[in-house]
Write a protein of this length. Sequence first.
Length: 259
Amino acid sequence: MVRGELFWGLQGALERRGLGPVAGVDEAGAGACAGPLVVASCVLKPGDAARLPELTDSKMLTAKARDRVYDRVLARALDYTVVVVPSTEVDLHGIRVMNLEAMRRAVAGLRENPGYVLIDGFPVPGMPAPSVAVIKGDRSVASIAAASVLAKVTRDRIMAGLHEDLPHYGFDVHKGYSTADHIAALTEHGPSAAHRWSYTNVATAAAAHGLTPPHQVVLTYAALENPSVPVRALARQVGNNERSAARAAGRSRGGARVS
């Protein structure tokens, strides 16, 4: 794991040493409690970041600026892949497991196997090429920043589409993250099929409305510890896909399959 201290420097250094093409990987939606997880990988032409002057961490851009950069990245990228993981898969396997798996899928989906993979934030085992995690990589690695924009714009558009079907949740504004307005809507209406029913706040709201999950769910350890979340059936298979569950495995089962 390295810290991105020089603006775009790490990617350029790898390319100059013949370790390209360099693919950047980033996600959007890991911290949300509704909507899909979206992961993108992107390969830019060496030195092409200079032709993308607005390129940076997608969270630092306005929505209009992100749309502009998104179009430019699509036009200029050598290669890219966008993977959309529905909330049903997150509920079944856990966000950490699916985040790692989607990052592997995104790199494997590139037309050419990259010479090196740079990942925003944390290491991902099982990549099809040498890889390294870069802390705040979306601000210091051009290909990661490009992947960040591809993932976020894709996810924001999906959430805007969900808003049309479920306007009372306000997905077009908070994009499925646990804001005060979202929690208030979740408390009033209960969760929808777009929510992640394995998450504690969603499971608690479902219990208050007498709702059961519309698909199979492996509750997180935090949800199992919450006395307001009913567990209707415990399975032999432990949902140890969450780090909190793995730490607690010695004293309690980390998850339970609910259907």
